[in-house]
Design a protein around this ligand. Sequence first.
Ligand SMILES: NC(=O)c1ccc[n+]([C@@H]2O[C@H](COP(=O)([O-])OP(=O)(O)OC[C@H]3O[C@@H](n4cnc5c(N)ncnc54)[C@H](OP(=O)(O)O)[C@@H]3O)[C@@H](O)[C@H]2O)c1
Length: 339
Amino acid sequence: MEHRFFTSYPPPPGSVIEPADVTLGPLAGRTVAIVGYGTMGRAHALNLRRSGVAVVVGARDGSPAGDRARAAGFAVHPVAAAVAAADIVMLMLPDTAMADAWRADVAPHLKPGAAIGFAHGFAIAFDQVVPEAGRPCFLAAPKAQGDLLVELHAADGGVPGLLAVTDTSPPATWDLAAAYCLAVGCLAGGGFVTTFRQECVSDQFGEQAVLCGGVIELLKASYDVLVEAGYGAENAYFECVHELKLITDLLHRHGVAGLRGRISGTAAYGGLTRGPRIIDDGTRARLREVLAEIEDGRFARELLASHQRTAELAADEAAGPLARAAGPMLARLHPGEGK
Ligand SMILES: NC(=O)c1ccc[n+]([C@@H]2O[C@H](COP(=O)([O-])OP(=O)(O)OC[C@H]3O[C@@H](n4cnc5c(N)ncnc54)[C@H](OP(=O)(O)O)[C@@H]3O)[C@@H](O)[C@H]2O)c1
């Protein structure tokens, strides 16, 4: 089948949808229900409205998030009613709440032909939601946290996005997914075609190995080592935590090779010779274990069974040396920004 975005259909992962090829046409006259007005749901709702798309919000009874949506001027309904009113239903719930919400409040109330969409691949990749064949189902995963997505869209920018469509969706779902990504501001630099599984596994691996796991543990361990050796807490905070942003900004703009040319010769030599002693073959073996746990569903099962532990684990971390040191430093360096 011919398609204006792709030379072959279905498009191979790695195809890129160029924003200039996309219009909001597939969204014209259609209503989007945002189910779950949390960090990501709020961002989608605000950006869709700014793009001229009709939005309703679905929230459970007594939902504080629903109150925030109302205060922002959205029509807020019980989830089932929002679903029944919509042509496109975006499931913006915690990943661990998708299966119950789908069974009770979403699937029985969907209009025939209504599309469903997600911002992360977990629900489809790990069978939390199993749409019937022929139901349009897409992934529009902005490569940014929700608040940043709003900020950049308001500045007439955006972020890149990952797009996927289930195998049993009608082909026109690609046009809808691309239009949706344009409306929420996640086609800047391109919309990268992927699959629900690829997005889910690589996203969770990146979170665990690097962004929210490996890096944070490295910061904590490095801070502890300096302080235990008698160096000042402020020195340790600046060198091991504060400067991370400066380095990641360079990395973002110039890549690894460009970064090396922009730091001091001492930093470049020290990093190139000592870094591989920190991240060695043992670390690589553990990274492969973490990846295997995501791929074979062990992490998914553990998350669904144990996610209630998150608050307790976060409280323990907040009582640790680095988190305690961060409080006064942040109050001084970023006054007024709150927690
Ligand atoms: N956060 C991000 O920046 C980000 C980035 C990339 C992808 N995503 C993806 O976006 C999706 C949403 O994530 P999120 O972080 O935005 O979620 P979230 O903030 O944790 O939760 C969304 C909202 O869902 C409501 N909710 C919770 N349980 C519910 C239930 N059982 N039924 C109905 N409503 C319920 C909550 O509101 P009430 O408690 O007030 O009802 C909450 O505000 C996920 O698939 C996630 O992986 C998020």
